[in-house]
Design a protein around this ligand. Sequence first.
Ligand code: ADP
Ligand code: NA
Length: 324
Amino acid sequence: MTRAFSGIQPTGDIHIGNYFGAMQNYVKLGRQLGKQAIFCIVDYHAITIPHEPEALRRRSFEAALVNMAVGLDPEQVTLFVQSAVPEHTELAWIFMTQTPLGDLERMTQFKDKAKQHSVLSGLLTYPVLMAADILAYKADTIPVGEDQVQHIELTREIARRFNGRFGEIFPEPRAVHAKDALRVPGVDGQGKMSKSKGNTLGILEEVGEIWSKLRVAPTDPARLRRTDPGDPHRCLIFDYHRLFSDPALTAMVETECARAGIGCVDCKKFLMRGVERTLVPIQDRAAELRRQPDAVLTALETGAREARALARQTLEETREAIGL
Ligand code: ADP
Ligand code: NA
């Protein structure tokens, strides 16, 4: 692993599923790789479905702000907004001219999205832009979820085909999953936490708001009365303890729930300690950054300059190789 690339969707509505499932891993990657950890807020990707201009601008800014608030340090890593580096789209065009239509039509994510929206051609060519995002930096390591594996396969294919035809320029990147990939459950107890399901605990949500959601959240359905012993392993709140609470408290609630030593309301109140300890500092940093938007924008400009220097070099090689 020498250089990693991650695309971050421009959304401000970041929830604790995103935080524990992806962002914490990004922060760790940033500490390991420094400037070789490239984080790109992918606004060009975001416009492949209908959008509002002001909302997009705001969301790109929010994405930067929230990622910085959770610990992605723009002085340590490379953090920028995709559209500030036009080399991404230039390389994507070049790759499009070399990519069979059938390769794109068979992407399962395209097929799924095409059912929901009227299909813009950008939705079809989205994975080619993703290949360009990655290959512009010759990144070899791509931390992604299961749903992106097919796109990374296509990226490898695009690199392979290009190298075969025009000479070795691009390394074939590898998709890496966090080994202990977490799946944070939604507060409704109905499976995975997801924006689209409206069952989230937002990372910037007020602690009081979070409490009002947790207070009514389901627990072990077999525990009807305070005096019934519960099964923590069938309880959402215990899953959250494992994310938020220290090991001693987690062990305590595990034991005490199972022998009806504590009730569900107590257990939820204990959980709030860890929630506050985790989220309040993030929210304070976010508020601090919001008071100095120029600092965020300046960090993104610097990031774009750093990224662009790398991408431009790849584009020069690429153009040379294909006779442009
Ligand atoms: P959402 O499902 O809310 O739309 P995204 O699809 O934008 O979230 O996911 C952004 C990142 O957060 C991805 O890396 C994804 O794997 C991770 N992620 C999203 N929801 C969860 C969850 N409930 N548990 C763990 N990781 C998650
Ligand atoms: Na999703």
